[in-house]
Design a protein around this ligand. Structure first.
Ligand code: ZN
Length: 205
């Protein structure tokens, strides 16, 4: 399976990092080895001084899809989870400045937190573009997102990516992060909530 991540899908987050709001979806991959093992703590890699959390709604693909239109993309998923796209921001900034790919900053071991639970969208009101989610750092809410604020809808993202890379059953789509990203430190506790439900709790080593 693969993980497809979307960059800059919330205007307020694109602006907080000084980026332009994109005119088409920006995507990149994380390998399966990036997934943080269930119930394991997150270890900050020793080669970064500025490792950031990014909470994101995660969509799991239930069927393969290639060249799928946005109108039909809704057939490809039925449930959503929550995750963190951990990012070595200092390394990413160096790579961006040099015009190089981001993988070293984005695809490292443990950089993809994925909730063990995926909730049927039908149980969340039935509309994927009407979901709220948030991240708590040591008990304080640091990120708050609502899927209606996405620049590109989930269906548009699935369609766009499928023009280049075939979706396979079990693939995961990280749909981008809202504003409020920031660094983690050893000892931090992160909790993600989707529609008020606790989806994951992790400790930072
Ligand atoms: Zn992200």
């Amino acid at each position: 399976m693969k993980i497809v991540c979307i960059g800059r899908n919330y205007a307020d987050h694109a602006k907080e990092l000084g980026n332009q709001v994109p005119t088409e979806p920006l995507f990149f991959f994380k390998p399966e080895s990036a997934i943080l093992h269930k119930d394991h703590p997150f270890a900050i890699p020793e080669w970064t001084r500025d490792c950031h959390y990014e909470v994101e709604l995660v969509v799991r693909l239930d069927r393969a899809a290639k060249w799928i239109s946005p109108e039909h993309a809704g057939r490809c998923y039925a449930s959503v989870g929550l995750g963190i796209d951990f990012t070595a921001r200092d390394i990413q900034a160096e790579l961006k400045a040099a015009g190089k790919p981001w993988e070293k900053a984005k695809a490292f071991d443990g950089s993809a937190v994925v909730s063990s639970q995926f909730i049927p969208i039908a149980d969340l009101g039935g509309e994927i573009q009407d979901l709220s989610f948030s991240l708590f750092l040591n008990g304080n809410e640091v990120q708050q997102g609502h899927t209606q604020d996405m620049l590109f809808s989930v269906d548009a993202l699935i369609s766009h990516v499928s023009q280049y890379s075939t979706w396979k059953t079990g693939d995961l789509l990280f749909t981008g992060t809202p504003a409020g990203v920031g660094p983690v430190q050893s000892g931090d506790e992160l909790e993600g909530r989707l529609d008020g439900r606790s989806m994951f709790s992790i400790t930072v080593l």
